[in-house]
Design a binder for this molecule. Sequence first.
Ligand code: DLZ
Length: 185
Amino acid sequence: MINPDIVRDFFIPTLKKDNMATSLKNLSDYDINSVPSANGMKFAIVVAEWNYEITGALLQGAVDTLKKHGTWEKNILVKHVPGTFELTFAASAIMQTEDVDAVIVLGCVIQGDTRHFDFICQGVTQGITDLNTEGDIPVIFGVLTTENQQQALDRAGGKHGNKGDEAAFTAIKMVALNHSLTQED
Ligand code: DLZ
């Protein structure tokens, strides 16, 4: 028997209707009423220090959005790591040691002259995917992978909004989903 609450959760779109094409997307433009209350939820945010003018802005967006939806500041744990590649280890360690409902990882990889970009992107994407497959709590992927700095700025509080906001409301929705599936009434 399908639980109608779960079905309803799945079908409330958060991103606005005309906001699906990546090139047009404003990552901060979402239906606020589609996001459940985050009151009582606990989050960890891991932030890469590489490109910190970008990732610091993502962090600000994520914290503001979590708080806007009712997360208490004392329930937001923030940890920094040197680069995006280290996000997987930190998220994994937090999952094993901290009492949180979700982990958000924030990073920014900007394409350079070598293939390093590809390896970092591939490594972190697979690493976070593995954590989501194997762990009990969601790990939200707030990593920008851009061709240049301007594209990153556009998505860190610029013309395409802030991917930190998107990561935060995604985290809240995933925690609500996880609780609806795992917690008894
Ligand atoms: C080495 C490196 C390079 C070239 N570029 C980036 C980047 O654009 N964004 C980022 O977050 N990190 C970068 N790094 C650092 C790696 O993520 C990692 O910290 C090092 O390879 C050490 O493991």
